[in-house]
Ligand binder design. Structure first.
Ligand SMILES: [Zn+2]
Ligand SMILES: [Zn+2]
Length: 339
């Protein structure tokens, strides 16, 4: 099969991914083999390729938003058939026995495996994944539409949950989103369908601000602009620590600020006033399978429409460069179906 591998992290400008031919992997007894159709491009891929996250496997096939169909099954797989279309997300496998796994917090598992980081991912024509950690994909989404839901979508969904706003409180809630890439543009659609007013702070007038307006933001401003109202909750998707005190300034008493990224630049010191009044700052780490399943159902019922920019399979390095330059409107997707 054709695959993209990372041997040594480097700036994407140096095109650190190498195209190779390699054997199609063999699924273990609890795994599926997938013919990959599309793989979403995520900022986490960028953090891995550029070395902000340490290498956990060398060489590595990146990519953790995989949509494909099942071409073979391990001997112990049940409930999935050859030909089924499934998705693979970042949480690849958990131990099932640690204190986090046994308390509905498998996202924090001590021995979790992660797709496209600790195990090979989807920048390839084929990929294997543990059947129990894959998601049936709703038919209403095309492969391209579906790919960005698998990380950007699920993490946005979990971030919404961690704001602490309950089902009955969403109507009229004031939510801030800082950064408006793949995750932001899905998150706003879920929040709006629940009845929230969404205030979007993002750089890039032409792409990100325009898309936020198109998707029904109540107000759109620059990355560091001050929204015209106090926010009940806010989510920072941009990996920029300097936004934390800025977002706290906009948050009402008792409000929660959720940090949605796996990596963030250093957070500057700030006055206690900004967090006093029982404001909460918390991060989001990975997702549980239940987050994934619930999100895909809600996304299909809204229905969420992802805005995507597709890249041909041989354009993987260019796709990462575009992501780094904020040059993608919505979510980037690497197409792997070229025959
Ligand atoms: Zn565990
Ligand atoms: Zn991701």
């Amino acid at each position: 099969m054709k695959a993209w591998i990372l041997n040594t992290p480097a700036s994407v400008k140096e095109r650190p991914l190498t195209a190779v031919e390699m054997p199609v992997p063999t699924p273990a007894e609890d795994e599926l083999l997938l013919r990959v159709h599309a793989c979403g491009i995520c900022r986490t891929d960028l953090h891995i390729v550029e070395g902000e996250l340490p290498m956990r496997r060398t060489p590595l096939i990146p990519g953790h938003q995989i949509v494909g169909h099942v071409t073979s099954l391990g001997s112990r797989v049940e409930g999935v058939a050859i030909g089924d279309r499934v998705g693979v997300a970042w949480l690849n496998r958990t131990c099932g026995v640690c204190r986090f796994c046994i308390s509905q917090r498998e996202n924090l598992c001590e021995r979790a495996a992660f797709t496209g980081w600790t195990v090979d991912g989807g920048y390839a024509e084929y990929a294997v994944a543990p059947a129990a950690y894959t998601y049936p994909m709703p038919d209403s989404f095309s492969d391209i539409q579906a790919a960005p839901l698998l990380c950007a979508g699920i993490i946005g969904y979990r971030s919404l949950r961690l704001t602490g706003i309950s089902e009955s409180e969403w109507q009229g809630a004031r939510l801030g989103l800082y950064g408006f890439g793949a995750a932001g543009h899905v998150c706003i659609q879920v929040a709006r369908s629940r009845g929230a007013e969404v205030y979007v702070c993002t750089r890039d007038r032409e792409k990100h601000q325009a898309l936020a307006n198109e998707l029904g933001a109540t107000w759109v401003g620059d990355a560091k602009a001050e929204p015209p109202v106090n926010l009940d909750a806010a989510i920072i998707f941009a990996p920029a620590g300097e936004l934390v005190p800025i977002a706290l300034k906009a948050l009402t008493k008792g409000g929660t600020l959720v940090l949605g990224g796996i990596h963030m630049s250093a957070i500057p010191t700030f006055d206690y006033d900004l967090i006093y009044g029982e404001r909460v700052v918390r991060s989001v780490a990975n997702n549980t399978r239940s987050d994934g399943r619930q999100f895909l159902l809600e996304a299909a019922s809204i229905p969420v429409r992802t805005h995507t920019q597709t890249f041909a399979f041989d354009q993987a390095n260019e796709a990462l460069i575009a992501l780094k330059n904020d040059a993608i409107r919505g979510a980037g997707v690497l197409m792997t179906t070229s025959k």
